[in-house]
Ligand binder design. Structure first.
Ligand SMILES: [Zn+2]
Ligand SMILES: [Zn+2]
Length: 324
């Protein structure tokens, strides 16, 4: 596991087994994501797929440009894909019939598109926004060819695959089980990754308002766990956020506080992880030392637990790859 970034300004993590390499979320511009992968010695061209947890900008900002540039499939749940497409084409009111038509058109465009030249793919900071703006300008033009339609659609992707939370699927030698998380998005989820050949399990669980029973079950027997520790309750309450935003963060579909994370670690966590990486820390309402202290105390209370090294993911830079 290589956490390229984690926090409310952008999230992206590489999970790799012996044969398969996937990116979970693409919450920065394509250029920044490629830069961070290079910094972490991760070969972007070796990525097999991108997986999306939910459609919030801090998880999808560079998605379309990166996927088109690397020409790799993107895995979503259908409601998340739908919400993302709606987000990318905000002027469209999309009924379900229209949505099906859109999916069909995209499929046809992909089928018609045999050769795609890489040099027309921009990989600029804020790439998706530029493409969206360009697309808005050309909306009035006639769609002369499927290729042009494909290029003009800011939500077009090289390939889309759907998964359903609770149902496992495979990419190469990685078995992936998405699980539903309580968060204010269309169909948010976390993931458990299992490499059959190495019998190693990793999980990503961020962006959740609390830890419901299905998440507790999903996080059993995990070797490397990326777990949210978003805010310190006091810092949030006294902090600069407007009241409504504070309520959103604190709600059952918001984010896990240091306290809630500690509660999970001391009461429900099975102690099996070699590494626990605390992630999605708020830069405004948390301090890394507070999150770390809180989690370490929670683990210490368990007494019998050994080997749970706690690391902090960072917003500004990748952390060292965790290799088992
Ligand atoms: Zn987020
Ligand atoms: Zn979110």
């Amino acid at each position: 596991m290589t956490v390229l970034a984690s926090g409310s300004k952008g999230n992206a993590t590489v999970i790799a087994s012996a044969e398969t390499r996937v990116l979970v979320d693409a919450g920065f511009s394509c250029r920044e994501l490629l830069k961070r992968m290079a910094l972490a010695n991760e070969d972007a061209s070796a990525l097999d797929a991108i997986l999306i947890t939910h459609e919030h900008t801090d998880h999808v900002a560079g998605l379309s440009v990166l996927a088109r540039r690397l020409r790799i499939p993107v895995y979503f749940s259908e409601p998340t894909h739908r919400a993302w497409v709606r987000q990318m084409t905000p002027r469209t009111t999309m009924t379900y019939a229209k949505w099906l038509e859109h999916v069909q058109k995209e499929k046809e465009a992909r089928a018609a598109l045999t050769i795609e030249s890489a040099d027309t793919e921009l990989c600029e900071p804020g790439g998706p926004i530029q493409i969206a703006a360009a697309s808005a300008e050309t909306d009035a033009e006639e769609e002369d060819a499927p290729e042009a339609a494909f290029r003009r659609d800011p939500a077009s992707l090289p390939a889309v695959e759907y998964f359903q939370p609770g149902i496992s699927f495979s990419i190469g030698d990685l078995a992936i089980t998405p699980f539903t998380t309580p968060h204010d998005a269309a169909d948010p989820c976390g993931f458990v990754f299992e490499s059959a050949s190495e019998s190693i399990r990793m999980a990503i669980a961020t962006d959740l308002g609390y830890v419901p029973p299905n998440v507790k079950r999903a996080l059993e027997r995990i070797d490397v766990l990326l777990l949210e520790s978003n805010h310190d309750l006091e810092m949030l309450k006294d902090g600069p956020y407007p009241w409504a935003v504070k309520q959103r963060v604190l709600s059952r579909v918001g984010h896990l506080s240091n306290h809630a994370t500690a509660e999970f670690l001391s009461r429900d966590y099975d102690g099996s992880a070699m590494y626990i990486v605390l992630g999605h820390l708020s830069e405004t309402n948390n301090a890394p030392e507070l999150a770390l202290l809180s989690a370490e105390e929670a683990i210490r209370e368990r007494g019998r637990l050994l080997g749970n090294r706690i690391l902090l993911a960072r917003q500004a830079a990748p952390i060292d790859p965790i290799c088992l």
